[in-house]
Design a binder for this molecule. Structure first.
Ligand SMILES: Nc1ncnc2c1ncn2[C@@H]1O[C@H](COP(=O)(O)OP(=O)(O)OC[C@H]2O[C@@H]([n+]3cccc(C(=O)O)c3)[C@H](O)[C@@H]2O)[C@@H](O)[C@H]1O
Ligand SMILES: Nc1ncnc2c1ncn2[C@@H]1O[C@H](COP(=O)(O)OP(=O)(O)OP(=O)(O)O)[C@@H](O)[C@H]1O
Ligand SMILES: NC(=O)CC[C@H](N)C(=O)O
Length: 711
């Protein structure tokens, strides 16, 4: 038995970009061949892009997929290499999410996905039907364009495996690995030695550990080679698919791709000796189970995947790749890289000329600005690495003329071309926030504007007074709560209007064409609590930090201070978060946590219990009496839980218009895709809160009796 060179890829596909997707698939196959690989695995639904959503229900999407597959089958690149390609296929009028395994202008097998992803952001059951015929297959009649090319009329469609002259390959698709009874278990017992996994798996902070544990676990227990391939990049919505292709042998990682990158095509190769799998499997208990395993239909291919090692050649080329440690980014790095890559894809694919950010001198917009700066650093790094696509995109974005030799070589310089920040002060703004914003802009190189907008605010308030005959006052000047809020909200909302005006016209001011995208900076906790003005600067085009908690953002800023050498970030870390919308008096300075009636850390706890642990008010209360019981009384915990649910429910309507944000957190309240809830709640929850009060009273009583006994 010789060695086998095999390969998994990360491709930056884009939903419905058939042209670009084809180009990237062919490039990956060409690289595979140039490295001597005999098996190439690509990401889930790579021909269409994973995130087509309801477009999967359109006949065109399937038709164009066959057209692209025809190009791949006919290509020089796909000769003499087994390719595992992802696309939707309609079989007997039912749409399936499939892998199409091809070899030398023939389709060997179409394998439909059996266990579909339908949690959180995933809605596969909306577009696809799972193939539930375990170990069964049927004939699939091919479209005419494929018949003409392959000479095949029908091909096997279903749950079967591929048997080459020297080994056996089985397909597992993304979510199938996440299920307790994954197909690799039965396939492995039936002698499948190589498993391919094609994924469309998106980034969430700290999620990679779960994925890697599953990938390693798949072959740790009963041996095998696991080829994990994933999409990478923003393919058209809130998700960032975080690549990290992997090749694993007997539970050990032998190759790992990048998790975040600006490369459109990344290929990962490793040399494997299948004998290592066979010897690993020689264990009696495993083999007793294997001997009883039910058989899969095998599709025979008259070909070897491995090469015999020629005596006269340099044998090092055929030596099995050694195991290596898995590399994980710390969450702070994940924030620096994931949203930055997403912003880059969004910018180049939207064909706009840059970003505009209202920069307040507070931590949230500071984090957004730092992420844009991180994007500029990644662009320069990619350029230094010779990435010609990034160079071409950068030239187009900054508006360099045809034939220009401009190359971004300094993140600050590039930032100055594409990133615009604006401080919009009022009489309630402090010099500290204004200076912090200015200094940060200077240090990252953004094109910064510092303006005052009091005339605008007073013009609107005067108009209101003129029409109604009443002039609202701040609370500190004797105004009611309604007046106080309205006076804050008008400042916040005007900032949104100014932002869009400047975003549209700043390129014109700078004698360039096009417009800018407005960035928002509301974090996940503010959204959860509803601590934001509807249609203020939180209503932007996109928001890179909308799925990130305040606690993680602070850690990120501390990390970026050192990693990006931005000392100014220290000042942001030490500042008290404040909206600066109310007048500062001798006895009053507005502060977020005081305004909200809860801390950001508490909000993270509420958020996780509500979404991840699926707690309603009562069960959240019970959980927290155990977690916080040592330092808070049952009645205090009850008040906190009730206040959280009241504010969350009362403000839930704000989530319906929340700016699309990078998905990063398992407790995100994003109403559009991830966290589906009503937006008109009985926000005083009379039944639920009564149950909490009864339980709190019982616990208080219990604690009084216990204390009495002690005395
Ligand atoms: N059930 C419902 N369904 C649909 N829409 C509903 C609604 N209830 C109210 N609304 C609408 O929403 C409006 C109320 O929302 P909105 O205008 O935003 O106003 P509102 O939520 O009352 O006030 C803004 C909140 O954000 C806080 N704030 C202000 C400024 C800055 C910051 C910061 O982040 O630092 C925080 C402020 O303390 C306050 O809690 C109503 O006037 C109405 O138009
Ligand atoms: N003085 C200002 N100049 C420019 N933009 C501002 C200003 N004040 C607020 N904004 C914008 O409005 C957004 C929401 O304002 P808010 O006061 O709620 O801040 P925040 O969500 O706590 O964020 P930050 O920490 O950036 O202040 C800010 O993130 C910022 O983009
Ligand atoms: N496309 C899929 O099947 C992905 C589902 C899987 N649970 C993930 O998050 O990676």
């Amino acid at each position: 038995m010789g060695s086998l060179i095999t390969l998994a890829t990360s491709l930056n596909q884009w939903a419905l970009d058939f042209e670009g997707n084809l180009e990237r698939i062919l490039t990956s196959i060409a690289i595979a061949k140039s490295r001597g690989a005999t098996l190439r695995v690509g990401p889930e639904l790579e021909i269409t892009g994973y995130g087509c959503l309801d477009h999967f229900l359109e006949g065109d999407t399937v038709k164009h997929s066959w057209e692209v597959l025809a190009k791949i089958l006919a290509s020089e690149e796909a000769k003499d290499i087994v390719c595992d390609i992802g696309m939707p296929v309609v079989h007997k009028d039912v749409i399936y999410n499939c892998r199409v395994i091809i070899y030398n202008k023939k389709i060997l097998l179409i394998r439909p996905k059996m266990w579909l992803a339908n949690d959180g952001n995933y809605r596969e059951l909306r577009f696809f039907t799972p193939w539930t015929r375990y170990r069964q297959w049927q004939d699939h009649k091919l479209p005419k364009i494929i018949q003409a090319l392959t000479g095949q009329d029908k091909v096997p469609f279903g749950d079967a495996v591929i048997s080459t002259q020297d080994t056996c390959i089985g397909v597992e698709m993304c979510e199938e690995m996440f299920t307790p009874a994954s197909p690799h278990i039965d396939m492995g017992l039936d002698g499948v030695e190589i498993f391919t996994n094609s994924s469309g798996s998106h980034h969430e902070l700290r999620k990679l550990h779960t994925r890697v544990d599953l990938i390693k676990g798949a072959t740790k227990q009963h041996g095998g080679v696991y080829l994990y391939s994933n999409q990478q990049g923003c393919d058209g919505d809130r998700l960032y698919y975080d690549g990290c292709a992997m090749i694993v042998v007997n539970g050990e990682v032998v190759a790992q791709g990048s998790q975040f990158s600006l490369n459109d095509v990344e290929v990962l190769t490793a040399t494997i000796d299948i004998e290592d799998v066979r010897s690993y499997r020689l264990r009696h208990s495993r083999n007793m189970q294997a001997a009883q395993a039910e058989s899969y239909h095998r599709i025979e291919v008259d070909s070897d995947l491995s090469e015999k090692v020629p005596l006269e050649e340099d044998v090092s080329r055929y030596r099995a790749t050694e195991a290596q440690q898995v590399r994980y980014h710390i969450p702070e790095e994940e924030i620096a890289l994931g949203p930055a890559c997403w912003l880059w894809d969004y910018l180049r694919r939207s064909r706009t000329q840059g970003y505009f950010l209202p920069l307040s001198g507070g931590i949230d917009s500071c984090a957004t600005a730092t992420i844009v700066y991180s994007m500029c650093r990644l662009v320069v790094e990619a350029v230094e690495g010779g990435n010609s696509q990034v160079i071409a995109d950068a030239r187009r974005i900054v508006g360099e003329p045809e034939g220009s030799d401009y190359v971004p070589s300094d993140p600050k310089e590039f930032c100055g071309r594409i990133f615009h920040t604006c401080y919009m002060g009022t009489e309630n703004s402090s010099d500290e926030t204004r200076q912090r914003a200015k200094q940060l802009a200077q240090d990252i190189g953004s094109y910064h504007i510092d303006l005052n907008m009091d005339t605008l605010v007073s013009a609107v308030v005067s108009l209101f007074g003129f029409v109604t005959g009443r002039t609202p006052q701040f609370r500190s000047q004797g105004g009611s709560n309604a007046e106080n809020l309205a006076l804050q909200n008008i400042q916040a909302r005007l900032r949104m209007v100014i932002s869009y005006l400047f975003a549209q016209l700043l390129p014109w001011v700078r004698e360039r064409a096009g417009g800018l995208l407005v960035l928002g900076s509301a974090n996940v906790d503010e959204s959860l609590r509803g601590y934001l003005t509807k249609y203020d600067c939180s209503s932007a085009d996109i928001n890179p930090i909308g799925g990130i908690s305040k606690t993680d953002l602070k850690k990120f800023i501390a990390y970026a201070r050192d990693a990006f050498n931005l000392e100014i970030l220290d000042k942001f870390l030490n500042a008290v978060p404040t909206a600066e919308l109310e007048p500062i008096t001798e006895t009053y300075v507005q502060s977020d946590e005081a305004d909200m009636g809860m801390t950001y850390d508490e909000l993270s706890v509420f958020g996780r219990l509500r979404k991840v642990a699926k707690c309603g008010p009562y069960s959240m209360y019970i959980r927290l009496t155990k977690e916080w019981g040592a330092f808070l009384s049952p009645a205090q915990i009850a008040e906190k839980v009730k206040l959280f649910f009241f504010e969350h429910a009362r403000n839930r309507h704000k989530m319906t218009t929340l700016t699309p944000a990078y998905h990063a957190e398992s407790y995100s309240p994003d109403d559009n895709r991830f966290d589906m809830r009503p937006f008109l709640y009985p926000s005083r929850f009379p039944w639920q809160f009564k149950k909490i009060d009864e339980e709190a009273a019982r616990l208080e009583e219990l604690s009084r009796t216990d204390k009495g006994k002690e005395q």
